[in-house]
Design a protein around this ligand. Structure first.
Ligand code: SF4
Ligand code: SF4
Length: 142
């Protein structure tokens, strides 16, 4: 098993510092890989990252909800150009860096979202995606 970062991630970065095996990586380029990603081969399922996420975006793989019911106001983020995700998000991350995401949508209260669709992209990031791109440690610890 592993832990999974879902599309509720807004690149706050707070989860990175608590991971004892340094297996949480920011997606790069941001427009193609908008979340942070957990290396499934390195994650030891300690659970330390879950309470650190201000957006409650992290789940164990087994408990990633297929029917997440929104409270309303949560942002869901997708790769640039994803249909239906045309709301901009701007904020500041855990390290004081500017975060701008162009392909997000704001969930309505009671809206139900299948977050299990976000599981495979986490695996793909480390198999067919950039994985541990050069400079990721400089990015998260400037
Ligand atoms: S703390 Fe949450 S929002 Fe921030 S990078 Fe980690 S998963 Fe994404
Ligand atoms: S569960 Fe533990 S090892 Fe896995 S990503 Fe989270 S903090 Fe890292």
């Amino acid at each position: 098993m592993t832990h999974i970062i879902t599309s509720l991630c807004l690149r706050d970065g707070g989860c990175v510092d608590v991971c004892p095996v340094e297996c949480i990586v920011p997606g790069n380029p941001q427009d193609k890989y908008p979340w942070y990603y957990i290396d499934p081969d390195t994650c030891i399922d300690c659970g330390a990252c879950i309470p650190e996420c201000p957006y409650e975006a992290i789940f164990t793989e087994d408990e990633t909800p297929d029917a997440f019911e929104a409270s309303g106001g949560e942002y869901q983020s997708m790769p640039a150009g994803t249909p239906g995700f045309d709301t901009a998000y701007e904020g500041e991350n855990h390290h004081g860096q500017e975060v701008k995401l162009s392909s997000t949508k704001v969930l309505e209260a009671g809206e139900v979202v299948d977050l299990t669709a976000d599981i495979q992209p986490n695996y793909d990031f480390f198999t067919s995606g950039p994985g541990y791109w050069d400079g990721w440690m400089d990015y998260v610890n400037p």
